[in-house]
Ligand binder design. Structure first.
Ligand SMILES: NC(=O)c1ccc[n+]([C@@H]2O[C@H](COP(=O)([O-])OP(=O)(O)OC[C@H]3O[C@@H](n4cnc5c(N)ncnc54)[C@H](OP(=O)(O)O)[C@@H]3O)[C@@H](O)[C@H]2O)c1
Length: 264
């Protein structure tokens, strides 16, 4: 892969750089980042090349550029960089920011859009990937490779980014909340919180692994562990008495609605 540039070496920019370095040890990574401490980390830990005083060379040298700044900084940073960005191949991770806004700000039609989650920091993010009409095959291939370095790409039409936000970006918080709730159930039945939380984390980890390894439908697996008149069916019944499934569906819908609101 040709040199990848990263604009903004914060949480997401550094997660992407780390994933790329782990998956592609020989890849050259360039960064554009004003913070000296962040630059030093990128240079020493990831062998990245800093271009802070040379944005012209940054855009010349980097075949594809990942834009990982705060969404509210887009117009101001685009203005600073505008002499160099025309026609650049850009992967934007900016939440709530449509490809046409990024394209207009940077003066390029070659735009991909990612919706990753915090799990990118451990290489386990689902990454919603959408392309502007002007995205060429080189950008599409590079985007798939970059997304795979932080987890798993899922290509979707751009209008479904809000749904991916509701399921994946925000979904992580639902899973954290479920882990805490399960641990509190453990406390309520006599376990120490730390032991109960450790058990809850293994439950989530184990469930994800079994789903992946077997490819079976989640309800088929839930049926398998529910013996007649046993413990699990009693627990599942209590969950549904609390409208568990409907509540989770509602949570995804509410988050997706908010994502759409923020984007318009
Ligand atoms: N974090 C997540 O889990 C997550 C999930 C999905 C999407 N995203 C998206 O990822 C993007 C970045 O989020 P983040 O959490 O990584 O934010 P962040 O940690 O604040 O990173 C933004 C970085 O951009 C740098 N920056 C500021 N001005 C710049 C300039 N003129 N040129 C180059 N870099 C500049 C900032 O430097 P300073 O610190 O010096 O200001 C900072 O290092 C956002 O658009 C967000 O919507 C994040």
């Amino acid at each position: 892969m040709q040199r990848i540039g990263i604009i903004g070496f914060g949480n997401m920019g550094s997660a992407i750089a780390r994933g790329l370095r782990a998956e592609h040890p020989d890849l050259e990574i360039g960064i554009l980042e004003p913070n000296a401490e962040a630059r030093r980390k990128a240079e020493t830990e990831l062998d990245a090349i800093s271009y802070t005083d040379a944005p012209d060379r940054f855009f010349r040298d980097c075949a594809t550029v990942v834009l990982s700044i705060k969404p509210q900084d887009l117009e101001q940073i685009a203005e600073q960089l505008s002499p160099h960005t025309a026609g650049a191949a850009v992967i934007s991770v900016l939440a709530g920011t449509p490809t046409d806004r990024v394209a207009a700000a940077l003066g390029t039609k070659r735009v991909a859009r990612f919706m990753p989650s915090l799990a990118a920091s451990v290489g386990k993010s689902l990454v919603g990937v959408a392309f502007a009409a002007g995205a060429d095959e080189h950008l599409r291939e590079t985007a798939r490779t970059v997304a795979a370095a932080i987890g798993r790409p899922l290509e979707i039409p751009e209008h479904l980014m809000a749904a991916i936000t509701g399921v994946s970006g925000s979904g992580l918080a639902y899973a954290f909340t479920f882990a805490h709730a399960l641990a509190m159930g453990g406390v309520s039945t006599g376990l120490k919180y730390d032991d109960a939380l450790a058990a809850a984390v293994m439950v989530l980890d184990g469930a994800a692994e079994v789903l992946r390894a077997t490819g079976e439908h989640p309800q088929a697996l839930a049926s398998k562990v529910s013996s007649p008149a046993g413990t699990t069916i009693k627990g599942l019944t209590a969950l549904e008495r609390g409208a568990f499934t409907a509540t989770v569906i509602d949570a995804v819908e509410q988050a997706a609605l908010r994502a759409n609101e923020l984007e318009s």
